[in-house]
Design a protein around this ligand. Structure first.
Ligand SMILES: [Zn+2]
Length: 257
């Protein structure tokens, strides 16, 4: 095979005959709570900063975390619902105006039903350099041609017009690095958005450590990365999510309350 050929990947190449399941039926709010807990567990969340929103297919309102609770302590009953203009529709807590990043992305990107934003350490480190991470490991193939850098930090994104400007410029990318701020990871469902969020901090950590060596990293063949990208998103995201849910529930079943 020449270097220019695109290698196939994903479910078209291999589909598992058996897949480990979560084992319980989860409500939408329970899925949200598990996503928060898991991302906190792996160090993605800067304590109570950031949001996850989920606007299920065909709906204009969206689930979101309330102001003031840490991602690590959220339970299903803490999850709020806001309308497309960020007004709280239901829930026992309040929601910060910084939620406009999410409402405007949902407005501009109907494919991205789940939007995750926070300031994970290694993405924040790369974001402080004002660059996108170099993709130097096969997991990085997940982000091939799917990252966008917002180069200028201009304060808290707490108004609809600021957020609309941001949402317009990111185009179709599912991963956005915000210079001097953090990251936005998106997906059509909870599993794919969580998988991108989990993976980007590791990708940035590896890219940073490679920079520290001062050596020139070995380059991956682009055609191989295309196949790997399909395999990661079609095959790995769902099973990753199921495992994360099993372990999160096992660690503290009250996450479902
Ligand atoms: Zn932020």
């Amino acid at each position: 095979m020449s270097n220019h050929e695109v290698r196939q990947g994903g479910l078209g190449v291999w589909a598992p005959s058996k897949v480990p399941r979560i084992g319980v039926d989860l409500t939408d709010e329970q899925k949200m709570a598990i996503a928060f807990r898991h991302l906190a567990d792996i160090g993605f969340a800067e304590n109570m900063a950031g949001h996850i929103t989920w606007q299920p297919e065909g709906r204009s309102d969206m689930y979101v975390n309330p102001w003031g609770l840490w991602w690590a302590e959220l339970t299903a009953s803490d999850i709020c619902v806001v309308d497309q203009n960020a007004h709280v529709v239901s829930g026992r807590w309040d929601v910060t105006p910084a939620i406009h990043i999410h409402t405007e992305i949902h407005r501009h990107r109907p494919d991205a039903r789940v939007v995750i934003h926070n300031h994970p350490y290694y993405v924040s480190l790369i974001a402080a350099l004002g660059v996108l991470p170099e993709l130097v490991h096969q997991t990085g193939a997940l982000f091939l041609d799917d990252m966008y850098l917002v180069e200028k930090y201009d304060g808290e994104v707490d108004t609809p017009w600021r957020a609309a400007e941001l949402a317009e410029q990111i185009g179709p990318a599912n991963l956005v690095v915000l210079a001097n701020h953090g990251v936005i990871a998106m997906g059509h469902d909870v599993a794919s958005a969580v998988y991108r969020a989990v993976s980007i901090d590791r990708v940035c950590r590896l890219a940073y450590d490679v920079m520290l060596t001062g050596r020139t990293p070995s380059q991956m063949n682009r055609g191989d990365m295309v196949g790997m990208q399909a395999s990661l998103i079609e095959r790995a995201a769902d099973v990753y999510w199921a495992g994360a849910a099993r372990m999160t529930i096992k660690a503290d079943p009250t996450v479902l309350h």
